[in-house]
Design a protein around this ligand. Structure first.
Ligand code: PLP
Length: 339
């Protein structure tokens, strides 16, 4: 049995999801005539209390569109040094928007309002790029699935208001944060100008992200999505998968979180492991003990067909998900305990 913990994107659509996809009503979404896409967009907009939502083929395209909405070439956005938009979107920030990133040295991918305020370039000092956007990420990917303190987000909103900056949330795993912290999408919709969410991570759909925002911003987003090549046609079957995922796979995220915590408990007892970062959601990041032969630990995983991600700087990552079954979990805990 292969145990694939590289990412929560490795899931395959279930029978129920495939049935929903096969029976979905479809139309040409570039003409806004796909009823299943329209229904999902309306549903997600309502969930966040925003006037409009737009379906995207990837979270990257949704984030890149948001950045383009809030900035002009030559300007600068503020994000944590771990941010996905900076590290994992192929340099799209500079390619698509001509924007640079002011990186903040936060904690597990999260910044304080004071750090954000200190990172703003004075707008009348024309030598430096004009700061126009702050981008946050919840949960943080490179930060090990950590969840923000909502209070700090509120303070950052105040900083953005004072300095006339846009505020975007990369919420690829916001579902996990909402589930873990018993927060609501409405709270987030109320604070952010734009939010991207993914259906292809913990929710287990094969494709799809959504960007939410106000009417004027989302009308612009429609044009940017087209420019980036993200206008799609009969994609109701993809929206049906996302809708099925919202119906059936949101509550169960807590199972992923529970399993991730149990993995962390076992890792902590191992001689091979030096540090396990605190686990709040479905991501476990840990470091191997430099006195312990790294090969021994990794060979044991490989021998048992366990796949994990290398995050660089000696960090390894395991991500629990829908297709990581109870049987795999029991098996993994045993493999870890008995090398
Ligand atoms: C996965 C992810 C995205 C979007 O990735 P795509 O693969 O383009 O859908 C964006 N932000 C974070 C934090 C992610 O983990």
């Amino acid at each position: 049995m292969q145990i694939d913990l590289r990412s929560d994107t490795v899931t395959r659509p279930s029978k129920g999801m495939l049935d929903a996809m096969m029976t979905a009503k479809v139309g040409d979404d570039v003409y806004a005539e796909d009823p299943t896409v329209n229904a999902l967009e309306a549903r997600v907009a309502t969930l966040f209390g925003k006037p409009k939502a737009l379906f995207f083929p990837s979270g990257t395209m949704a984030n890149q569109t948001a950045i383009k909405l809030h900035t002009q070439p030559g300007e600068q956005l503020i994000c944590d040094k771990y941010a996905h938009v900076y590290n994992y979107e192929g340099g799209g920030v500079s390619f698509n928007s001509g924007v640079s990133c002011q990186l903040v040295d936060g904690h597990r991918g999260m910044m304080t309002a004071a750090q954000v305020e200190a990172a703003i370039n004075p707008p009348d000092f024309y030598h430096s790029p004009l700061t126009s956007l702050v981008t946050l990420e919840n949960t943080t990917n490179k930060g090990g699935g950590a969840c923000w303190d909502f209070n700090e987000i509120s303070k950052i909103r105040t900083v953005c208001d004072t300095h006339h900056l846009g505020l975007h949330l990369d919420g690829a795993r916001l579902w996990n944060a909402l589930n873990a912290k018993s927060e609501t999408a409405l709270q987030y919709g109320d604070i952010f100008d734009t939010i991207s969410v993914c259906f292809s991570k913990g929710l287990g759909a094969p494709v799809g992200s959504m960007l939410v925002g106000d009417e004027a911003l989302m009308n612009k987003a429609l044009r940017i999505r087209k420019m980036l090549g993200g206008g799609m046609r009969q994609i109701g079957s993809l929206a049906a998968a996302a809708s099925y995922a919202l119906d059936h796979h949101y509550d169960r995220l807590k199972d992923d979180h529970k399993k991730a915590k149990e993995i962390a408990v076992v890792l902590q007892t191992l001689e091979a492991v030096s540090i396990v970062e605190p686990v709040e959601t479905n991501i476990v990041i840990f470091k191997l003990n430099s006195n312990f032969p790294e090969g021994l630990f990794l060979d044991n995983l490989k021998a048992h067909n366990v796949l994990v991600s290398d995050m660089g700087s000696g960090k390894l990552r395991m991500v629990t998900h829908l297709d990581y079954t109870d049987a795999m979990h029991a098996n993994l805990l045993e493999i870890l305990s008995k090398p």
